[in-house]
Write a protein that binds this ligand. Structure first.
Ligand SMILES: Cc1ncc(COP(=O)(O)O)c(C=O)c1O
Length: 397
């Protein structure tokens, strides 16, 4: 693990390739094998009893509690985030919902920032509310969080950067508040990734990712992860083993494979994001560009203090209507029209017609989603090709 000074696995790319992997693998395999087994055997009863009494340490007993492929990737993710332990889930939402349910205590109150992932907010509204759990959705800044803190507040759940305006929360301030009031902090760091931001180093308790995005990186798997200290991750694991939302061995293998090139991909995606944001900001048909790497972004200063790079999601408002937006999107030739982000293929969408399709124009305004907004999740293609494509598509409106 990176925090171990004696470990040779110091850099992000070295850790992406080697961390969590046994040096000697079964059958002299170089890669970590995919272990398709729902249960794990004991050679004789004495071995079972030794395991039950805690005299023999092994993590595999039954597939819902552990799997060798999953264990290897969990160790890799813990190393990448500077955490002690990680858990892999069947999706990012499974990671977020299981964490919230595991950390919530009877009678306690939860604070969410109001621009976190829409399904997380729906979970608060439609599920936590149904069970009578008290929560508040507040603006994504430390002052609003502080104002919402009650004596019974037990969790602050934030995200950074956020979708689609790429707001960045001040981790130093939020952690200071949480420590003062003895509140657990959870951050969805999907848009940042451990390449760009290490929230545990700031004192955040739990980091969550939709590993479906940058960590997997190839738009070919669904997974989620949770990283933190042993004790708190153990609490979440206990609930995960009851709710059963574990990642399957094949998804774990695909994730391990995707992670081998994680640092290389992130370097290219950070560079692409910056170049495309700069191009868009200077284009006469673009009214406004939202990217934390641009000095014009309201959170640019905080972002430069706590992030190493700014990722590859760029949102921008075109000078036109929602229909002009569709004309532009349809005219692009490289990005695909699809939700999601973080993969090698660039994706493009109009949030008003994708995640917020069912909302009326007034409701869209209410939640701050502009009709002329486009979101591009930039992949690893050559920036020059992407810029040329965006340029010709902008000429169509
Ligand atoms: C920031 C963020 N968190 C969580 C999720 C949910 O992840 P998954 O789709 O893997 O369940 C998403 C998915 O888009 C996301 O963007």
């Amino acid at each position: 693990m990176s925090s171990n000074e004696n470990s040779p696995l110091k850099g992000m790319s070295t850790r992406s390739v080697h961390a969590g992997e046994q040096r000697d693998k079964p059958q002299h395999s170089l890669t970590t094998p995919v272990v398709f087994s729902s249960t794990f055997t004991f050679p004789e009863t004495e071995a079972l009893v030794a395991f039950m009494e805690g005299r023999e340490e092994r993590v595999e007993e039954y597939g819902r509690y552990g799997n060798p492929t999953r264990n290897a990737v969990e160790a890799k993710l813990a190393a990448l985030e500077n955490g002690q332990a990680a858990l892999l889930f069947s999706s990012g939402m499974a990671a977020a919902t299981t964490t919230l349910l595991a950390l919530w205590q009877k009678g306690s109150h939860v604070i969410f920032t109001n621009d976190c992932y829409r399904k997380t907010r729906q979970f608060a509204n439609e599920v936590l509310g149904k069970f009578g759990i008290e929560y508040d959705l507040v603006a994504p800044n430390a002052d609003a969080i502080e104002a919402a803190i009650r004596p019974e507040t037990s969790i602050i759940f934030t995200e950074s950067p956020t979708n689609p305006y790429m707001n960045v929360i001040d981790l130093v301030k939020v952690v200071a508040l949480a420590e003062k009031h003895q509140i657990k902090t959870v951050i969805d760091s999907t848009f940042a990734t451990p390449y760009n931001q290490l929230p545990l180093d700031f004192g955040v308790d739990i980091v969550i990712h939709s590993a479906t995005k940058y960590l997997g990186g190839h738009n070919d798997l669904m997974a989620g992860c949770v990283v933190g200290r042993h004790g708190i991750v153990g609490l979440i694991k206990d609930l995960q083993s009851m709710l059963g939302s574990v990642a399957d061995p094949m998804s774990c293998y695909l994730l391990a494979r995707g992670l081998k090139t994680f640092a290389l991909r992130m370097k290219q995606q950070n560079e692409n994001g910056q170049k495309i944001a700069e191009f868009l900001e200077s284009h006469p048909k673009v009214l406004r560009t939202y990217y934390p790497g641009l000095p014009s972004h309201p959170d640019h200063e905080i972002a430069t203090q706590q992030m190493r790079g700014f990722g590859s999601v760029v949102s921008f408002e075109i000078d036109g209507t929602i229909e002009d937006g569709s004309t532009f999107v349809d005219a692009t030739q490289i990005p695909y029209i699809a939700p999601s982000l973080g993969g090698v293929e660039s994706l493009i969408e109009q949030p008003a017609l994708m995640s917020f399709f069912e909302l009326t124009a007034e409701q869209l305004e209410g939640v701050g989603i502009k009709q002329n907004l486009i979101r591009m999740a930039v992949g690893i293609e050559d920036a020059e090709d992407l810029i040329a494509d965006l340029n010709q598509a902008l000429a169509c409106i």
